[in-house]
Unconditional design. Structure first.
Length: 393
């Protein structure tokens, strides 16, 4: 078991009509002039955006709006937001949306108080020492960015998708009303749950398997997400199960399920190159990569995969054949992905077979120009990365 520091400072305001408290929360954390950041037109069509902006104005808080965030948020939009925030003199960034909007908001918050180019942080050429405060009105449970220190941005120049983490950007508050997720399409719901579960699984597959409490928490959330996604795909207005998913997305990525363990993140890194190159939905990309990663690495700790198979996927444990049990757990996960409409390989994800040249380019980017490895459960070099991409093709 590893020593750890658990830090989760975000105030969570959860439940029906919780967005009514937005202005109070902004004021509580010092906001006077707010950049309201959002994605497409759904936030406006739903009435949420106008409701939030009206509340802020009624409370004497000035509002500057910036929409247009897309999945796999773009650096160009971040730079636009930074210029706007500086020009208008905003002192608070409010993200109204899901993970892409929140990640973009965090990047703007870094860049607004930094003299250089915000991309410096994502290239790890600089470390942030200041950040405008960020708040969230969550509409899409998936990324967990509403309680995390992480932000991922895509630079269109080269289709490079990189992440940066700093506690400075952890949102001051996250407002979560499960009713705001009732209209999410089935695909987006399933991809979101896949992302939530993968945030846990990146921490769950570890060699530090003596942190029993963390493991039990992780397994409980994984089982709950499996049950709840089927319930909401059947009945999109099921408040109880929408609430489980919304809260599950937050606790999956606020560090709780990683306490005392060394986490992995190889699947995420491999997927970043898929979504960077093909602009695919992040959760779907994770589903397309994970089975091949799992089959490639499971022998590094067969017992961990056996436990996952039995306690998460409900596979009967054949004590005489632990490898068989482990593999049946991976197969069960593939069946789950297919049952909720997710792909289990790259061909299903993009509609064609990925070429050798494309694989080589993804390996180059994933290894940062053949300079770095990825993962901890099994440390992946460039040969390993290529092998997994080819298995997943």
């Amino acid at each position: 078991m590893k020593d750890f520091i658990y830090y989760a400072p975000t105030e969570v305001v959860f439940g029906r009509e919780s967005e009514d408290k937005t202005a109070d929360e902004v004021k509580k954390y010092g906001g006077h002039k707010v950049l309201v950041h959002y994605g497409g037109q759904s936030a406006r069509r739903s009435g949420l955006l106008d409701k939030v902006c009206h509340q802020l104005n009624e409370s004497g808080i000035e509002v500057v709006e910036l929409g247009g965030v897309v999945p796999n948020p773009r650096l160009s939009k971040v730079r636009e937001g930074i210029a706007l925030a500086r020009r208008e003199g905003v002192d608070f960034i409010l993200a109204v949306g899901g993970g892409s909007v929140i990640d973009s908001a965090k990047a703007i918050a870094y860049g607004a108080v930094y003299d250089g180019d915000v991309w410096d942080f994502y290239l790890h050429r600089a470390e942030a020492v200041a950040c405008l405060p960020v708040g969230v009105v969550l509409t899409i449970p998936a990324a967990g960015s509403e309680m995390s220190e992480a932000s991922v941005v895509t630079n269109e120049d080269g289709d490079i998708k990189l992440g940066y983490s700093s506690d400075l950007s952890r949102p001051r508050f996250a407002i979560m009303n499960p009713e705001r997720t009732f209209t999410l399409p089935a695909w987006q719901t399933a991809a979101g749950v896949t992302d939530i579960m993968m945030h846990i699984m990146e921490r769950y597959f570890t060699h530090d398997d003596d942190m029993t409490l963390t493991t039990e928490i992780a397994e409980g959330i994984l089982r709950t997400m499996k049950d709840s996604v089927f319930a909401v795909l059947k009945n999109p207005s099921d408040y109880r199960h929408r609430a489980q998913i919304m809260w599950g997305g937050s606790v999956a990525h606020n560090g709780l399920t990683g306490c005392g363990v060394l986490d992995d993140w190889a699947t995420h890194q491999l997927e970043h190159e898929l979504s960077g190159m093909f602009d695919v939905t992040h959760g779907a990309g994770l589903a397309a990569v994970w089975p091949s990663w799992a089959r490639y690495v499971y022998r590094e700790n067969v017992s961990r995969f056996v436990r996952f198979a039995v306690k998460v996927m409900g596979v009967e444990n054949d004590f005489s054949d632990p490898e068989g049990t482990a593999l049946r757990g991976i197969e069960a996960m593939e069946r789950f992905y297919r049952a909720i409409g997710m792909p289990v390989n790259i061909h299903e994800l993009i509609g064609r077979e990925v070429t050798d040249e494309e694989i080589h380019e993804m390996v180059r980017k994933c290894s940062r120009g053949y300079k770095t490895t990825q993962g901890q459960f099994k440390v992946l070099d460039t040969n390993d990365m290529e092998a997994i991409y080819k298995m997943a093709r």
